[in-house]
Design a protein around this ligand. Structure first.
Ligand code: DQA
Length: 151
């Protein structure tokens, strides 16, 4: 039987997510970014997906990573840039790749400035409010979309 090519998923964690574990644990949970990444890698392996994970505090670096298009599907937590970044929005619009926006917290249940996302109307969907499970749900959704595409 022909071995099918592995789909590539890129996960981008935006600014300050490297502080998870010690950053406002009542809002973001007590787990570290490397614990989340470990779970994502294990889940990707089960779904036969190749996964690359990237964290940056810099808007420009995130734009570079999005527009390099070395991936079939993007999962992105733009963190604070969700609410401010026309550059990340334009990068997403500029590449022909499906994407999911992820948040650990429910941004619609927080301060007013967090309720506005510049990203949500240019991605396939948004998963917000389930802590680290938000990322795992996004990977599940990505696997489903990629499976349907390859049929
Ligand atoms: C966040 C929500 C943003 O409002 C915030 O700036 C973050 C994290 C989340 O995952 O809940 O840094 O994206």
């Amino acid at each position: 039987m022909k071995k099918s090519k592995k789909n590539k998923v890129l996960v981008i964690h935006g600014p300050n997510l490297h502080l998870l574990g010690k950053r406002e644990p009542d809002i973001y949970g007590g787990y570290t970014l490397s614990q989340i990444n470990k779970e994502l890698k294990a889940r990707a392996k089960k779904s036969n997906i190749s996964i690359k994970i990237f964290q940056s505090n810099s808007e420009g670096e995130i734009v570079e990573e999005i527009t390099n298009t070395q991936y079939d599907f993007l999962i992105i937590n733009p963190a604070a840039y969700t609410h401010t970044s026309v550059a990340i929005r334009d990068a997403l619009l500029g590449v022909d790749r499906p994407a999911i926006e992820v948040h650990l917290s429910n941004i619609y249940k927080r301060e007013d400035f967090r309720k506005k996302s510049l990203i949500s109307d240019v991605v396939l969907g948004v998963i917000s409010g389930f802590g680290k499970t938000s990322y795992l749900l996004a990977l599940e959704a990505a696997a489903g979309v990629l499976r349907n595409k390859s049929r």
